[in-house]
Design a protein around this ligand. Sequence first.
Ligand code: SF4
Length: 390
Amino acid sequence: MDDFRLDEDAIRLTLERASALAPGCGEIDAALSRAAAGARLDVDDVAVLWYARTVDTDVLADLARRARGARVQQLETFSPLYLTNTCDATCRMCGMRRDNDALQRETAELDVVEAQLGTLLERGMQAVALLTGEYHAERRPWAMRYVNAALRAAERLGFHHVLVNVGSIEEHELPVLLDGIARRADGMLAGKVTMCTFQETYDRRTYGKFMGRDPENPRSDYDRRLTNFDRARRGGFRCANPGVLLGLSPDVAFEALAAILHVRHLLGAGMEVYLSTPRLRRVAGSGADGSITGRGVDDDDFVRLVALLSLALPDARLVLTTREPRDIQHRVAALVGVLSAGSSAVTPYTRHGARFPLDASQFEVIDQRPFEAILREHLDAGVAIENFRG
Ligand code: SF4
């Protein structure tokens, strides 16, 4: 199967057509009928319903809830575990960017990482995302070996699901990253290990603005990042987690359609797919209002986006995180497949909670309650939580 390519012109044409439709026209009714019937929405429907503001967002959320049917009662979870907050890239919206002097740098020793994994397990959390920055050529061998050691520890300790969020990986680096990790007879990874790389924005111009254009910057290559999952799949990964950081590009509809096409490509390649759509948050060293130069996405647009993605991607799992406040978590919990809770600081977990220091974190986490309390609310409401023994 070919690597993913995005036809940006085709998306813009679809959006142009949809945005020009008159309120109450037949195409809007037809898209609504398909949503009401529980049919999988195509990208044209999503574009039409994004712009059809005579259709209330709560109506779309209700349709998405009904379309998900039985699966509403099931959520999966994981906690992020930052191994380090160092990075050689300079993404403008990120607290970990190399040139952010306001951030206190930390890198955990492996025994600390293992102790943190143990703490998560003791607290009932059985799924974890391992995170680092992205590095220049000379530091990449260290990073691959470091993450590999953490991944091996997580596998040895029996985590049910491990996500690795460590940047784009080259073909020749994958054997180092996955050295010693159990494989099936067909060469694919035996355990559930997910490659997690967010494009952040699918708009090339916005990507260049935030992630940079300097070829020396390890994050600046849009196409290398876009094809990371294809390389990962060939290297043995069965699961992928792409994502969009909402607030970088003002064109949320473009991001939605691009993400849908990316997810469908990965599903078509036989991968299990998660999709994250976090909203931009405050970081250390940013302005008083928290924004660097990105535009925010308001609550209504956020819920509308999640509802439409849910209707368009019934075979993927949407990921919601505690970057969102409690009221938004409850508003969209029935539309997503995953609720991730935890801190974006380095090895932050204690026996009963976590540290949330903004000056040592990638970004601000809004809901800082212990993950047990966050998940308990959903358990008490009758929702089964996969990967949490509460
Ligand atoms: S978004 Fe990732 S690659 Fe970019 S500066 Fe932050 S940690 Fe580094």
